[in-house]
Unconditional design. Structure first.
Length: 90
C-alpha cells in the first residue's frame, strides 16, 4: 500500500510541476502583441489611463514598477512592452 501511495504522490507532483512550468511560459500570441495592444486590452480595464505624454520616461518607468506589484495577469515582459509604448509617445 505504501508503494502505491508514494507512486501516486510522485505522479501527482510531476504533473503539477509540468502544469506549473507550462502555465508560466508566455504563449506566442502574447509575446507577439505590441505594448499598445497590451495597454488597450489590460490597463484600461481597471482605470482611465492618463495620456502617454502626461509623464516623462522616468515617471513611466516608476509606474511600470508599481504596476508589476499590483497586476497579477501580466508578465514582466508584457509590462515592459507597455512602458516602452508609453515612453515612445514622449
Amino acid at each position: 500500500m505504501k508503494k502505491i501511495t508514494s507512486l501516486s504522490i510522485a505522479i501527482i507532483f510531476s504533473i503539477g510541476t509540468i502544469l506549473f512550468i507550462n502555465g508560466c511560459a508566455a504563449t506566442e500570441t502574447v509575446t507577439a502583441k505590441s505594448g499598445a495592444q497590451i495597454w488597450g486590452e489590460n490597463c484600461l480595464r481597471c482605470h482611465n489611463a492618463p495620456d502617454p505624454v502626461d509623464y516623462s520616461d522616468a515617471q513611466w518607468e516608476t509606474v511600470g514598477m508599481h504596476m508589476k506589484q499590483r497586476v497579477n495577469n501580466l508578465t514582466e515582459t508584457e509590462i515592459n512592452k507597455v512602458v516602452e509604448f508609453l515612453q515612445s509617445a514622449n
